[in-house]
Ligand binder design. Structure first.
Ligand code: SF4
Length: 287
């Protein structure tokens, strides 16, 4: 039996069929959080609830009962600091990671604030304008910052999983890495990622198909083809930061002044983090 984590809706019937699995449930309804937790816990393990909201973070009504529920909150904007202030202590105590959209400029500053307040947080990419300079500042803060702060994703993941001679996949941060997560809907249609599921790009169907997913041809093909961009004559194939970006921003027109600069800096930062971790500390005499 596969030990992949299942990303699926909080549908009672579906959850009842999925026994003893680790589950992620995406929802847009903050009122459903407690109910989802209860439903999943009946016969499965809740890995996380992904709460996506178009509201600002400050407009969410943080409930006392959320404290012990693993939550990944995706909010479009940070909102008003004075509105979030009364909830800060509860957020800090809770098992939550706050993600803010990469579209809004102030979110980059807000993530620094959250991280400095010891709140796990991160940036999520949902198209639109990308603020590369701001992202670079945030990444420097996350990796080189000496003052105590909580991890900022996906930078912390990339730095801590980085291997100099391999590719580093960071989509697990967003429950979207098929080597760890698999997506399924109420109709039991299975897809590699959330985007594939919403676009109808299915690789199989039925709960039983999940049990043998490692033998599914479309699933195994994904592993053998995932770095195929490297084999083509395109800008990403010649990019020094391909190993950590994996061509995620290949749609951009001006890569030279945007993603390439950023991901090359991020790769340097990950290299720095890696050598620091493996240096065995400072030695006085190095002969
Ligand atoms: S940083 Fe830009 S150019 Fe480099 S691999 Fe990523 S998308 Fe391609």
């Amino acid at each position: 039996m596969t030990d992949l984590i299942i990303v699926c809706p909080g549908d009672e019937k579906l959850l009842a069929k999925l026994k003893r699995r680790r589950i992620v449930v995406p929802t847009k309804d903050e009122k459903a959080v407690h109910k989802i937790h209860r439903e999943v816990s009946k016969s499965n393990d809740l890995h996380a609830i992904k709460l996506e909201t178009e509201k600002s973070l400050s407009a969410l009504s943080f409930k006392e009962e959320w404290v012990n529920i693993p939550l990944a909150i995706y909010a479009a904007e940070f909102g008003e600091y004075k509105e979030i202030l009364p909830h800060l202590e509860q957020i800090r105590k809770s098992n939550a990671r706050i993600f803010l959209s990469s579209q809004h400029e102030f979110n980059y500053t807000a993530l620094r604030i959250l991280s400095s307040l010891s709140i796990n947080c991160g940036l999520y990419f949902n198209g639109g304008v990308l603020h590369w300079d701001r992202m670079n500042d945030l990444m420097h803060f996350a990796i080189y910052g000496r003052a105590r702060h909580a991890p900022v994703e996906p930078f912390d993941w990339l730095a801590s999983h980085y291997m100099p001679a391999a590719y580093t996949e960071y989509s697990a941060v967003y429950f979207d890495d098929p080597s760890r997560y698999i997506h399924i809907n109420e109709k039991e249609q299975i897809a590699l990622t959330g985007l594939d599921l919403s676009k109808g790009n299915f690789i199989g169907e039925g709960i039983e198909a999940l049990e043998s997913i490692e033998e599914n041809r479309k699933y195994t093909d994904w592993f053998s083809r995932r770095y195929d961009t490297m084999l083509g004559m395109n800008e990403c194939a010649f990019c020094p930061a391909f190993r950590i970006c994996l061509a995620r921003f290949s749609y951009l027109r001006n890569k030279k002044k945007t993603c390439k600069i950023f991901f090359t800096d991020l790769q340097d930062a990950a290299d720095y983090y890696y050598s620091k971790k493996n240096s065995g500390g400072n030695r006085v005499w190095q002969v």
